[in-house]
Design a protein around this ligand. Structure first.
Ligand SMILES: Nc1ncnc2c1ncn2[C@@H]1O[C@H](COP(=O)(O)OP(=O)(O)O)[C@@H](O)[C@H]1O
Ligand SMILES: CC(=O)OP(=O)(O)O
Ligand SMILES: [Mg+2]
Length: 399
């Protein structure tokens, strides 16, 4: 039928996969890691086993998109952009406007622009991608796939804040969550691996990347999730604070002369989390590189683990049990020590990880130790596959 490309703009990364459809065969995949953090790692796989790798400073997502467009041609992955017959973009925030993926038109672009405050790190980057591909392929179907769509099943009791009700009625202030496209893929795979219908499982999925969140999945649906109105809430992240008492912010603004809330929110998004606590890095690999010698780096890692354990505990209680804990995304897929240390704290739930099985990075595997009553799974996420499937689904609805 043709080639479809999925573009996934994360907070510190830009990933893409080019698929031959409808076979869903990956022709090329690539990632630009550490965008804006210096020494960005570029890695592209293509042509059945060839690899392109480079390190250069990629300062923003605009440069990253341009690099992907250039490499598609210069590495001869495609001869002409016209070979691409479908484009899909990961969009973090859909608010209450987008309960499902949509075909992008000018109205959709305007609506996504209006949601920038709902995901300030992500929405502008995703819009750059949409516009760059629209420019070179104006007549090709372009689809927006929203992280928040998966969470439209949250019960009211879990998505409402304890604020005056009118803020929800007038301004739609509520919990929206994020990483839903990842949860959609990972939960479906977990059910396949466990050999049970998803609707019969209670899962807690840990999406631990630069942006990190936790999802409680019950009756086949997202039931509660750690991110909030925006992706700044929940657990400690690479540069994001996670949950904080708002009155502490008011106090800091007053003492530090931070003039407006925009500047404070910027600090919560860009200068907090692992980098804020450690003063070393936003990257867990670098934090772990100075373990044993740097107290603040070790503290940042301990806080990261503590928040994970805290959320798991509350989600087990909320769901009345758990069948499986599932790890995914950059840290979840690759950080052997974090997975082991988290499991060591959760023995009383029947969660036990086998150190030998856990000695693995980036490959699907059951990590559970003999005798554990709750399974622990490692499932690399595939948001891009979900995105290209949505392109094909929506293509069929078009004339
Ligand atoms: N081997 C590793 N050990 C620990 N953390 C890792 C490892 N590899 C990658 N990471 C972490 O994964 C993060 C990126 O996660 P990813 O899910 O790809 O990013 P994003 O949130 O931008 O989508 C990096 O910032 C890094 O901290
Ligand atoms: C929502 C979010 O934090 O996404 P990412 O982890 O890709 O930055
Ligand atoms: Mg991501």
């Amino acid at each position: 039928m043709g080639k479809s490309i999925a573009i996934n703009a994360g907070s510190s990364t830009l990933k893409f996969k080019l698929f031959q459809m409808p076979e869903e065969q990956v022709i090329s995949s690539g990632a630009i890691d550490r965008i804006g953090l210096g020494s960005s790692a570029i890695s592209i796989k293509y042509d059945d086993g060839k690899k392109f790798k480079d390190t250069q400073d990629i300062d923003n997502h605009e440069q990253a998109i341009q690099l992907v467009l250039d490499k598609l041609l210069s590495l001869d992955i495609i001869k002409d952009y016209k070979e691409i017959t479908g484009v899909g973009h990961r969009i973090v925030a859909g608010g209450e406007l987008f309960p499902d993926s949509v075909v992008v038109d000018d109205d959709v672009i305007k609506k996504i622009e209006s949601l920038t405050d709902f995901a300030p790190l992500h929405e502008p980057a995703a819009l750059l991608g949409i516009k760059a591909f629209k420019k070179i392929l104006p007549d090709v179907i372009s689809v927006a796939v929203f992280d928040t769509s998966f969470h439209t099943t949250l019960p009211e009791v879990n998505y409402m804040y304890s604020l005056p009700y009118e803020y929800y009625q007038k301004f739609q202030v509520r919990k929206y969550g994020a990483h839903g496209t990842s949860y959609r893929y990972v939960s479906a795979r977990a059910a396949e691996i466990l050999g049970k219908p998803l609707k019969d499982l209670k899962l807690i999925v840990l999406h631990l990347g630069a942006g990190a969140s936790i999802d409680a999945i019950k009756d086949g649906k997202s039931f509660d999730t750690s991110m909030g109105f925006s992706p700044v809430a929940g657990i400690t992240m690479a540069t994001r604070s996670g949950d904080v008492d708002p009155s502490a912010l008011q106090y800091v603004m007053d003492k530090a002369g931070i003039k407006n809330m925009d500047d404070m929110v910027d600090i919560l998004n860009h200068k907090s989390g692992l980098v804020g606590i450690s003063g070393v890095s936003a990257d867990m690999r670098e934090i772990e590189g100075v373990m044993g010698t740097n107290h603040r780096a070790m503290l940042a890692r301990e806080i990261f683990k503590n928040r994970i354990i805290r959320y798991i505990g509350s989600y087990v209680a909320e769901m009345g049990g758990i069948d499986a804990l599932v790890y995914t995304a950059g840290i979840g897929e690759n950080d052997i020590m974090i997975r082991q240390e988290v499991a060591d704290k959760l023995g009383y739930f029947g969660i036990k990880v086998d150190p030998e099985k856990n000695d693995i990075r980036g490959e699907e595997r059951d990590l559970s130790a003999a005798g554990s009553t709750v399974k622990t799974l490692l499932i690399p996420t595939d948001e891009e596959l979900m995105i290209v499937r949505d392109i094909e689904r929506l293509r069929k609805t078009q004339k």
